[in-house]
Structure formats: structure tokens, C-alpha cells
Write a protein that binds this ligand. Structure first.
Ligand SMILES: C[C@H](CCC(=O)NCCS(=O)(=O)O)[C@H]1CC[C@H]2[C@@H]3[C@H](O)C[C@@H]4C[C@H](O)CC[C@]4(C)[C@H]3C[C@H](O)[C@]12C
Length: 324
């Protein structure tokens, strides 16, 4: 399972937890402006916006899990098993395969408004990357500094939803998750007055009473409510780095610890990595399960106009900052 969020403070932030029972050997992948994209159905593109994100490179192709572009638009793919539906190639449409979707959109859209226009003619097609890497059932969170949307391709068509919460998890579909928040409208980040019965004296003897009922479980439903409550009530920082820290603290409320969520008999899901993009500065901050301090990479200067993919393996060593 995964959780993606947006957060606004001194800058605008976007990122996710990637939860899985194994690692693909993820890397930071920078796609410069002159890397040529040879799409499966659409004409090749020689120049485009530069991207930075997390993913893997196979046969010199960037398979992004999440990324942003140099204009400050971000996008993340999250599992949507059993609900995602990709159709046949349709004449007159932008036929894009799911593994091409992130680079195709981020390569050209500067903001959510432009993304919406491109999505109007999008057809997500059933074309896999290779036999070894079959189709992934996904839905996507797309965000810029002002707004976010969710894209779901299901049997009933391509759906684009406004996302007033700026959170996405997994099944069931996004509409359900949004509707489900109504069941938690009584939650409060402050302790509420006693409304149980006016005749009964029920003094508070601690804090946190307003959040009694907040789901603590790791299911997508539970994480959607918890991440929304955390994100919508979290204080903003006083500078970009304190915001980045706050972003990771929010993601930590839905982090999966190894051993708490078994995917099958032999392996459990855990938070492989968490990341936070500063959409305005073009910086990717991340931490991994094995290396929980902040690492960073950015889209910068002369790298932007080159033509070869640039990669850095995600750090996986614990580093201790000794003080004596
Ligand atoms: C599994 C990842 C999503 C994490 C998540 O939501 N987990 C939930 C687990 S559960 O169902 O709820 O149990 C997704 C996000 C991006 C996906 C990858 C990207 O789409 C890029 C390629 C696409 C290829 O078709 C398949 C391999 C792949 C490399 C994908 C593997 C996998 O499906 C990834 C890594």
C-alpha cells in the first residue's frame, strides 16, 4: 500500500510512501530535456520538460514510480488492483500505456490545468513494458502548487476527480475514500467539551481526546483518514526545511513497520521509501527504510539540457551522527 500527499507551507510539497513487500532497487532518476522518448503509439518526442523522480531504468527507459517536472507539476502512481482497467488503442486519442503515463504527462504539462487538457484525449492502453514487467494496476495523484487531481481508468472509463484533501491511498476507489471522511467529521485536533451528558461530570485527564476514533490500522481506508487528518491539521513550518521535516512527520503517521502487514506467507509490506518534492525548488528529498535520515537530489543547471538519463541509487545505509 502506499500513501501520497500534498502539503503547502513556505513552499509547495508533494510526495509519497511507497509500501511494498520487496524493493525494485529504486533509484533517483533524472530525465533531462533532450532525452528522446520513443512512445509505443505516439510520435517520438525529442525535447520536453526535465523530470526528477524515483523509479528504475530498464533498457535506457525511465520507469517512474513518482516524479515532478521542472515546472513544478508532480505525479505518483499507487496500486489500484482489480479496479484499474486499460483498454484497446483508439484512433484519434492519445494512446499512452500506463508505464509511459508519468513521463508523457510531466514532459509537457506545466500545471494541473494543462494536465486536465491533455487528459481530455487520453486513452490508457493495455500495453505492457515487457514480459518481465507486466501491466501495473495503478491510479495517480497529480498536483501543482495550487490543486491536485486523481486519475482512475476503470471499466466505466477515464475518471478525473478534483482532490480537495490532497491525499491518495489504494482500494477502494477515490470517491469512496472521500465519502468515507464524513464518518470522521467529529474528530478534532483539540480536546472537545463534554457533550456526553450535561448531568455527568467527565473531566479530561490527558490530551488527544479529540482524535479518539481516528483509525490506527494500515488498510488503505484507515491510512486515507489518518493521513488526511494529519495533513489538514499539521502546523506549517517556518522555513522550507522545517516544512520538509513536517511533511515526513505526516507520512510517518501512515508508515508501515516491517512485520505488521504480511502480504503473503513469506513477506510483509513495509515502507520501502518516503519522498517529498519541493515543487518550486525542484528538489527531491527522500529517506528509505534502511536509511531514515534525509537524502536529497535536485534538478539543476547544465544537467537539464542534456540527453542521457542520470541516476543515483537510493541510499540504504544507516548513518549515525555521533556526537562524542
Ligand atoms: C507497487 C507500486 C505501488 C505501491 C503500492 O501502492 N503498493 C500497494 C500494495 S497493495 O496492492 O495495496 O497490497 C507501484 C508504483 C509504481 C509501479 C511501477 C511503475 O508503474 C513502473 C513499472 C511499470 C511496469 O508495468 C511494471 C513494473 C513497474 C516498475 C511498476 C511496479 C509497481 O507496480 C509499482 C512500483
Amino acid at each position: 500500500m502506499c500513501t501520497a500527499i500534498t502539503f503547502t507551507g513556505t513552499s509547495n510539497y508533494f510526495g509519497r510512501n511507497l509500501d511494498l513487500n520487496y524493493s525494485y532497487g529504486e533509484q533517483v532518476v533524472i530525465t533531462p530535456q533532450n532525452y528522446e522518448f520513443n512512445w509505443r503509439q505516439l510520435p517520438s518526442v525529442k525535447t520536453h520538460l526535465a523530470l526528477i523522480g524515483v523509479g528504475i531504468v530498464v533498457a535506457d527507459y525511465p520507469l517512474y514510480f513518482d516524479a515532478i517536472n521542472e515546472a513544478g507539476l508532480g505525479m505518483a502512481g499507487l496500486n489500484f488492483p482489480g479496479n484499474a482497467y486499460y483498454g484497446k488503442v483508439t484512433v484519434g486519442k492519445n494512446n499512452v500505456s500506463p508505464f509511459e503515463f508519468i513521463p508523457w504527462l510531466l514532459g509537457q504539462a506545466h500545471n494541473v490545468g494543462e494536465a486536465r487538457k491533455l487528459l481530455a484525449d487520453l486513452n490508457l492502453v493495455k500495453i505492457n513494458f515487457s514480459e518481465q514487467l507486466p501491466l501495473a494496476d495503478l491510479h495517480w495523484l497529480i498536483a501543482d502548487k495550487d490543486e491536485s487531481i486523481v486519475v482512475e481508468a476503470t471499466k466505466t472509463g477515464l475518471h478525473i476527480y478534483d482532490n480537495p484533501v490532497g491525499v491518495l491511498t489504494n482500494n477502494p476507489a477515490f470517491n469512496y475514500q472521500l465519502e468515507n471522511l464524513k464518518n470522521y467529521r467529529q474528530l478534532n485536533a483539540r480536546t472537545t467539551p463534554n457533550t456526553f451528558a450535561s448531568s455527568l461530570d467527565l473531566p479530561v485527564d490527558a490530551t488527544g481526546f479529540g482524535s479518539i476514533g481516528l483509525p490506527g490500522d494500515l488498510s488503505p481506508k484507515g491510512r486515507f483518514v489518518r493521513a488526511s487528518f494529519a495533513k489538514l491539521n499539521a502546523l506549517k513550518g517556518t522555513d522550507p526545511l522545517s516544512d520538509v521535516n513536517q511533511f515526513f512527520q505526516i507520512l510517518a503517521t501512515v508508515k508501515q513497520v516491517k512485520g505488521l502487514n504480511w502480504a503473503d506467507e513469506h513477506s510483509c509490506e513495509y515502507t520501502v521509501y518516503s519522498d517529498c518534492y519541493d515543487l518550486q525548488a525542484g528538489v527531491l528529498y527522500y529517506l528509505t527504510y534502511e536509511s531514515p535520515q534525509l537524502h536529497a537530489a535536485k534538478l539543476q543547471g547544465q544537467q537539464l539540457a542534456t540527453s542521457q538519463l542520470i541516476t543515483y541509487p537510493l541510499k540504504n545505509q544507516v548513518v549515525v551522527d555521533w556526537q562524542n
